[in-house]
Write a protein that binds this ligand. Structure first.
Ligand SMILES: [Zn+2]
Length: 492
């Protein structure tokens, strides 16, 4: 009996010792608070420099406390925090920046340097730490671009109150922010008179979010909050229309000279406003009926509220910013692009370069017996579309020539009838192809055409919100990736 008790005690002692031998838990290394580092990133396509503007202490670290080392490998940058005394990596998280997109544009390639803001957050370490930022090269390999030692006791860290007197709306609070996925909506381009409209817009977006999988199934683990700071003027800047409005976050269309692309350059201020509530993900709503939006992965997404497609734009852009999902759409004439260099596997979960067809990125979700890559009549359909375009062009020319010759109405009608019959034939062939592959509608395979490229990049299903889907559904692979992210934030 005594011996047994001793053995039991030994087991208990061993159990008590074990945690000390494995990596220390959250409480041993971090306080309950967060640090926000406001960064500036300056450079062009050839090089970049990062600088720290200021470090702020925030009242609560609301993100994961269990998976402190990034389990995903997404994003063109990685933030790493090392404990100075032990040299141990104690926190890491992939992220993206507006500068990373700027780097791929023509002005950057021509050597024009620009500066962009980015705020990053991490749990506040208890001991001095090394703050490191690594950037991916064209082969997705990481290289350090910035490092600095920080003492969390340093009086340069700004410990002011997070509250700024803005109106806070909390329509859905599902529990302790440390164990829920916390979404915050920020108002942009709403005047003081637009407060009720902002509240109604938040409710509308919340409703569509909770009607869409996988958010629908995870509803009990998601909280929704909103912060309203009125703008002096309504909507946002539209440089191509020479329309400039004074708004809180200076949201602007025409980001990187792309008409419908809207981004926010005042990233530091956006995070300062959001910090008034616990949040894991930021969605900026812009009071406008124009079509468009944008996002920076693991930072924020932005959408207008009153276009007929605003709800899809919201779900699509949040797919990027929250889930780290890639665009699945492509242009038929673009065979590859600089955004995803040839021969390199993209880090996003929902597109693949299919470098090893025997080991598909989403192999666990593939439909049984599906072909890899999956033939779905794309090339034949595209060839017919091109033929149709060419024929239409030739037809217009033929009719113009006939008119010049002074052809009478009957002769013109004969030409038009012949051309219409030819066009009908092409359309029938396209319909035939679509019918042939109809059965693939719900199948998970490896469909060529994704990430802006017609060739060499593949997506999991024919349709998905990341390619544009009026049914407002994500494909199975995107649903899984979003579920994984919700689990990450809720400590599941
Ligand atoms: Zn998808």
């Amino acid at each position: 009996m005594k011996k047994t008790t001793f053995a039991a005690a030994a087991i208990l002692l061993l159990a008590a010792l074990c945690p000390a031998q494995t990596p220390a838990g959250y409480e041993a290394r971090f306080t309950d608070k967060a640090l926000r580092v406001d960064l500036y990133q300056v450079g062009d396509a050839a090089g970049e420099t990062l600088t720290v503007d200021a470090i702020y202490e925030e009242p609560l670290w609301p993100e994961t406390r269990t998976r402190l080392v990034d389990p995903f490998g997404y994003g063109r940058y990685v933030l790493e925090i090392y404990d100075v005394a032990s040299n141990a990596l104690i926190y890491s998280r992939g992220f993206d920046t507006m500068f990373a997109e700027y780097k791929t544009t023509n002005p950057a390639l021509e050597g024009t340097k620009r500066v962009f803001q980015r705020s990053v957050r991490f749990p506040e370490p208890k001991r001095p730490f090394l703050f490191v930022v690594e950037a991916r090269d064209k082969k997705n390999l990481l290289h350090p671009v910035f490092s600095r030692t920080v003492d969390p006791a340093d009086y340069h860290i700004i410990r002011e109150a997070a509250t700024a007197g803005d109106w806070i709306y909390e329509p859905v609070v599902s529990g302790d922010p440390r164990r829920t996925m916390d979404l915050v909506f920020l108002a942009e381009g709403y005047t003081a008179a637009g407060k009720d409209k902002f509240k109604a817009d938040v409710d509308r977006m919340t409703q569509v979010l909770f009607a869409t999988e996988p958010y629908k199934s995870a509803k009990a683990r998601i909280s929704i909050r909103a912060v309203f700071r009125p703008s002096p003027e309504k909507s946002m800047d539209e440089p191509r229309q020479r329309a400039y409005r004074k708004t809180v976050l200076s949201a602007s269309f025409n980001a990187f000279d792309l008409d419908r692309y809207m981004l926010i350059e005042r990233d530091h201020l956006m995070h300062e406003i959001a910090a008034q509530v616990p949040y894991d993900a930021i969605v900026v709503l812009v009071d406008s009926a124009r079509y468009g939006g944008g996002s920076i992965a693991f930072d924020y997404c932005v959408t207008t509220t009153d276009h007929a497609r605003s709800l899809e734009v919201f779900l699509h852009e949040m797919g990027h910013s929250f889930g780290g999902l890639a665009d699945e759409y492509y242009a038929s004439e673009v065979s590859y692009n600089d955004f995803y260099p040839k021969g390199v596997e993209p880090f996003e979960p929902n597109i693949t370069a299919l470098l090893d067809p025997a080991d598909v990125k989403w192999k666990n979700l593939l439909s049984p017996g599906i072909g890899i890559p999956t033939e779905y009549g794309k090339d034949a359909e595209e060839a017919l579309m091109a033929e149709s375009r060419a024929k239409n062009k030739a037809a217009a020319e033929e009719i113009a020539r006939a008119k010049e010759r002074g052809a009478d109405a009957a002769a013109l009608k004969a030409i038009q009838d012949r051309l219409a019959a030819e066009d009908k034939e092409i359309k029938a062939k396209i319909a035939e192809i679509r019918k042939k592959y109809e059965g693939l509608a719900d199948k998970v395979g490896v469909f060529e055409g994704a990430g802006y490229a017609s060739k060499g990049l593949y997506r999991p299903q024919k349709v998905c919100l990341m390619i544009g889907n009026p049914k407002r559904e994500f494909c199975a692979v995107c649903r899984k990736a979003l579920t994984d992210m919700i689990d990450y934030f809720t400590g599941k």
